[in-house]
Design a protein around this ligand. Structure first.
Ligand SMILES: Nc1ncnc2c1ncn2[C@@H]1O[C@H](COP(=O)(O)OP(=O)(O)OP(=O)(O)O)[C@@H](O)[C@H]1O
Ligand SMILES: *[C@@H]1O[C@H](CO)[C@@H](O)[C@H](O)[C@H]1NC(C)=O
Ligand SMILES: *[C@@H]1O[C@H](CO)[C@@H](O)[C@H](O)[C@H]1NC(C)=O
Ligand SMILES: [Mg+2]
Length: 331
């Protein structure tokens, strides 16, 4: 973490050992041994390592975060809590946890991945055990399909060998070339070990907008029928979601064997956000900035956001995205 501290420590230790050299060999061995142990402890204290000091899941705190920070996603919130808690409290999972998050833009998919990371790793998203892949950044050229396949396998193998409790987030799956994700299929399956490496404690999260339309349709049907948003259940969405993802050439999961073989543990739908959620986002953002949340400002921001469908103005077109920059304009 802080190299300067380490150098200082090593210096002190070596000075100490020079001093004790003047004494009998047994004392020297004991002192140097103690010094080495102490050094290792301090290094481990400052430098992130793959152990329970740095990777400590707290279910209570994940629940509290989902409850208080994530707005309008009662289904996603419930699934994520159950899935992650169940997985993390199992010392011997049979396969890695694979979550596929779907929904309209700005509804909280990246945000939830961040909440998960923060409650599993002390360092959160900055942890060296959390890896994010973005199609446009990591796999931009369709001509290099084969290179990407090998590279992706090597990265995952390398990182999991390094730390079994690694987390991989594949962002913008819908922009990924069809078939690329199939290259990691063996890692997601029920294997004890592959080439001496066990992948069973890793977490894989896929993010995409695929299936967003079918989720919106269901949400809109409920709204038009005058039913409460909270009445929407997973079963109202699940089947149409996995089907539309599987059959959508641009979902990143098109005809993938990951779905065939049931290697995705949960398809998590994110509902489109309404006016009241945009207000909540604006209030939360003000709080995060350390200013007194102002209901009037939040209302103003939310009123200025564009909603669809045009006739009813129910759902925010950009979800809670751009609220941050809009706030700058009003305050
Ligand atoms: N449901 C939500 N509850 C609270 N805040 C939210 C929610 N959705 C979005 N936000 C806020 O909006 C920001 C943008 O959301 P996020 O990046 O998670 O969207 P996304 O679903 O990944 O969208 P895209 O599909 O465009 O990538 C987040 O950093 C968060 O501050
Ligand atoms: C888990 O988080 C809660 C709330 O943030 C905190 O009160 C509690 O002490 C934490 N538990 C552990 C074991 O760290
Ligand atoms: C781990 O993954 C990253 C990409 O996130 C890659 O750059 C790195 O080389 C990988 N590490 C190993 C040891 O393979
Ligand atoms: Mg996103």
């Amino acid at each position: 973490m802080k190299p300067a501290h380490l150098y200082l420590l090593l210096h002190v230790l070596s000075t100490a050992s020079v001093l004790v050299n003047a004494f009998d060999p047994i004392t020297t061995t004991v002192v140097v041994g103690l010094g080495a142990t102490l050094g290792r402890t301090i290094y481990n204290y400052l430098h992130e390592s793959c152990d329970s000091k740095w990777i400590a899941f707290n279910a209570t705190s994940l629940e509290a975060d989902l409850e208080s920070k994530l707005f309008g996603q009662h289904i996603a919130s419930r699934i994520i809590l159950k899935a992650v808690t169940g997985f993390m409290s199992n010392d011997n999972p049979k396969k890695p946890l694979v979550l596929s998050l779907h929904g309209w833009t700005g509804t909280g998919k990246n945000f939830v991945s961040q909440l998960i990371a923060e409650n599993v790793y002390k360092e959160g998203m900055d942890s060296s055990f959390v890896h994010i892949f973005t199609s446009e950044l990591h796999f931009p050229h369709s001509s290099q399909f084969d290179t990407y396949k090998t590279q992706l396998q090597q990265w995952i193998k390398g990182n999991v060998s390094n730390c079994g409790r690694s987390m991989f987030v594949f962002d913008e799956m819908d922009k990924m070339q069809p078939g690329l994700i199939d290259s990691i299929k063996p890692y997601l399956d029920y294997y004890d070990k592959l080439d001496g490496v066990s992948y069973r404690k890793a977490i894989f999260i896929f993010l995409s907008n695929a299936g967003g339309e079918s989720i919106i349709q269901t949400a809109l049907d409920f709204w038009r029928a005058g039913r409460d948003r909270e009445e929407i259940e997973l079963k109202d969405l699940e089947t149409s979601l996995s089907l539309s993802v599987f059959n959508n050439k641009k979902s990143g999961l098109w005809h993938t064997s990951l779905i065939d073989k049931n290697l995705v543990d949960f398809f998590v739908p994110f509902l489109p956000l309404e006016y009241r959620h945009v207000v909540q986002c604006a209030m939360a953002e003000m709080k995060a900035r350390g200013v007194q949340p102002d209901q009037d400002v939040a209302d103003q921001v939310a009123r200025d956001v564009v909603y669809f469908p045009k006739s009813d103005r129910v759902f925010s077109v950009k979800g809670c995205k751009t609220i941050e920059s809009k706030l700058d304009y009003y305050t």
